[in-house]
Design a protein around this ligand. Sequence first.
Ligand code: GUN
Length: 275
Amino acid sequence: MLADARARMDGLARTPHLHVVRLGEDPGSVSYVRLKDRKAREIGMNSTVHALPEETTEAELLDLVERLNADEDASGILVQLPLPAHVDPNRVIEAISPDKDVDGFHPTGVGRLWTGAEALPPCTPQGIMRMLAFYDIPVAGRRAVVVGRSNIVGKPLAALLLAADATVTIAHSRTPDLGAVTRTADLLFVAVGRPEIVTPDMVREGAVVVDVGVNRVGTTPEGKARLVGDVRADVREVASALTPVPGGVGPLTVAQLLANTVTAAERQQARRAGA
Ligand code: GUN
């Protein structure tokens, strides 16, 4: 996926430029943003990280977004979530030009995704779809259960699975008897952000299980964050396949972000040529 993004950059008149904005020092956000910046540079993309203080006001953030919208050199804009409580994430997302919204979170992009129009798909769900395709795991006609209803993963993943002809159920942390729902799944996707909420008794023998959760549960003896998924590791004994945490879905998200940034740059170039 990274090689594909790199190859497509060669066809562009100028190098795409990704701008990632983060507020504050949330350890998860700091590490994800660092990874996005590093991977962008590794494939030769221009990358700027705007690391702003926690106290940055919504007006200041909107002002930066406006400047990046107007900057012809900025191909993609991503504001890392979650934002501090004093900033309304919807207002910020809606301020990003849909053409530069490489997260695919703008309501215009979300509407395009659900109606089947050309969209920049949200990175984690699209990365998951590409992973299923890579491993030749069929989707059409299968029962897919998505546990989690976030705008970042659950809802857009359901849209992509539906477009790929799966029969989709969306469940969540408040679903009564969650196990009864998850046991119907041929393909089970878990993105609720609760450590080990899915246990082996909740999984059908032979199901494919994709664990999107990354939960920090203390530190290792070496002082690193100890990470566990939303799925207990021994689900592996029931499932036919289970993505690991860390190292499973996370890298796919970053690769898809860079792919989306190249796509955005291609479309902007085409529009400039036609203008
Ligand atoms: N926080 C967790 N995942 C994401 C993501 O894909 N995009 C943004 N902007 N913030 C996130």
